[in-house]
Ligand binder design. Sequence first.
Ligand code: E4P
Length: 219
Amino acid sequence: MKFFVDTANIEEIQELEATGLLDGVTTNPSLIAKTGNDFKETIASICKIVSGPVSAEVTATDSENMIIEGKRLGEIATNVCIKVPLTLDGLKACKSLSSEGFQVNVTLCFSPSQALLAAKAGATFISPFVGRLDDISIDGMGLIDEIMTIYSNYPDTLKTEVLVASVRHPLHVVEAAKLGADVITVPPKVLKMLVSHPLTDKGLASFLEDWEKTGQKIL
Ligand code: E4P
């Protein structure tokens, strides 16, 4: 399973890249707005830090301008993945951009039928938003299950990777992995939560206390 981080914050991306655990980055217009920085410069900086796909979202709503914007974003770096919304225009733009060899992430997916269309349009990634579904009492992980089943029924023609998005907590990550999702994009806070366990902290403290008593040093 690939791990992407869902942020446009350069310092956070640098910190996580240094762990060796990062396979890519997803951004969206809200995350860019939160940084207060220039969009294209931010994407260029992220692409220099991370070699995997970096999602940058178009803001036009008609396919013609989505394609123009997408190409402009694609010029920033070879690892830019153009993000388009799951609308009819977004799917048209996806078809055109993916046919030209660009990586495309179709975002704001909330139903299996939408995911099916994105795959037919040649999306590199489909981004179903599990947290936003859970927020309205619809089982987000159930959607991942349905998409995985649909895509696995057509392995020769539907090549789109399932990128689980809108992740709120470690359980989403574990459940997505159990379902065999290809990618998960997590906020930095959730990535850090995945590593912590109180028994690890307690056990380490007690090992170090006992080690101290021996008076020995490894180096
Ligand atoms: C995905 O690419 C989106 O940026 C993201 O996961 C949205 O998550 P949110 O629902 O926490 O805003």
